[in-house]
Design a protein around this ligand. Structure first.
Ligand code: IPM
Ligand code: MG
Length: 359
């Protein structure tokens, strides 16, 4: 089996953490004789510097031709002043949209070794394992018309459009129901159907879909209540399915429940399971270049890549177990450090995972 992976390190801490993920890829490539092939390219600010745009069409072509894409993170103060159309974030939004990566899986898992890292009491979060399924290529992020216009009275007005077609709701719903079937068969669909028509439709489509999945229990919650319940009693949730913007917000909350956004991977999948894998955290420009960033979210994203796009779930299990072992050994990057553990830098953490993989 020969598999082609495009590596997009991106900006900020992206290149540092990606270097460690590549170490891990090399280690499993050797161990399992996978015949991985990599091609590296730029996205975000790095692509603006190199190509003048946050995602070059040649990069997009490479990604389309590959079996999977592994990305670091995009953005940073250097590019903040640019026109909103060529900001680094646009590169990420474009690759999601152009590759049809509508299904964003964002697990929030609390590693028992890190129970103290959460800002919530340990008993509230112990054993937490939630999956947020976020719609990623529609909703208010992509709705037209959008912009800032001049009103007749001379003041400016900003506007965006929140739209979902039934087919868009149905396909993300299916993704979530399929995931729920492999877990505890419970889905909570999050909307704002007491105010927004677009989510009245969202709720209707989810209810209709539920008839095809009688083994899965579907409940609904308004987004404001969901935000509250996530910090009040997060373990009431298993799979949460929601639109693009609500998913953006709730997944950051979900991440923080685990105390360590530096630990959380994500997958963005198309209709055929091809995908882009990236850590949930951002480019952390404040610590970039210092060798202290936590590479585990990117390494765990690589694990998800083996599971969902490369059909190698044993490799995924192995990487995840190696991360667990490294935590058991007491290695901690600065973001998850607590007294009594061993503080390590980015590359030492990568080395520790490689070591734990043996092979
Ligand atoms: C995320 C990020 C992105 C988003 C930004 C960087 C465009 O916040 O992946 O959650 O809003 O989707
Ligand atoms: Mg976000």
């Amino acid at each position: 089996m020969s598999k082609k992976i495009v590596i997009l390190p991106g900006d900020g801490i992206g290149p540092e953490i990606m270097q460690e993920a590549v170490k891990v890829l090399n280690a499993v490539d050797n161990k399992y004789k996978l015949g991985l092939k990599y091609e590296e390219d730029c996205i975000g600010g790095a692509a603006i510097d190199k190509y003048g745009v946050p995602l070059a069409s040649s990069t997009l072509d490479k990604c389309r031709a590959a079996d999977a894409v592994l990305m670091g993170s995009v953005g940073g103060p250097k590019w903040d002043a640019l026109d909103s159309n060529i900001r680094p974030e646009k590169g990420l939004l474009k690759i999601r949209y152009e590759m049809g990566l509508f299904s964003n899986l964002r697990p929030a898992i609390l590693y028992p070794q890190l129970a103290d890292a959460s800002s919530l009491r340990p008993e509230v979060v112990a054993g937490l394992d939630i999956l947020i399924v976020r719609e990623l290529t529609g909703g208010i992020y992509f709705g037209e018309p959008r912009g800032i216009r001049l009103l007749e009275n001379g003041e400016r007005q900003g506007y965006n459009t929140y739209v979902y077609a039934e087919s868009e709701i149905e396909r993300i719903g299916r993704s979530a129901f399929e995931m729920a079937r492999k877990r505890s068969k419970k889905i909570c669909s999050v909307d704002k159907s007491n105010v927004l028509e677009v989510t009245v439709l969202w709720r209707e489509v989810m209810q209709a879909l539920a008839k095809e999945y009688p083994d899965v229990e579907l409940t609904h919650m308004y987004v404001d209540n969901a935000a509250m319940q996530l910090v009040r009693q997060p373990k009431q949730f298993d799979v949460i399915v929601t639109g693009n913007m609500f998913g953006d917000i709730l997944s950051d909350t979900g991440a923080m429940l685990t105390g360590s956004i530096g630990m959380l991977p994500s997958a963005s999948l198309d209709q055929n399971g091809k995908g882009l894998y990236e850590p949930v955290h951002g480019s952390a420009p404040d610590i970039a270049g210092q060798g202290i960033a936590n590479p585990l979210a990117t390494i765990l994203s690589a694990a998800m890549m083996f599971r969902y796009s490369l059909d190698q779930s044993a490799v995924a299990d192995d990487i995840e177990a190696a991360v667990g072992k490294v935590l058991d050994q007491g290695y901690r990057s600065a973001d998850i450090y607590s007294p009594g553990t061993t503080k390590v830098g980015t590359s030492q953490m990568g080395d520790a995972v490689v070591e734990a993989l043996g092979g």
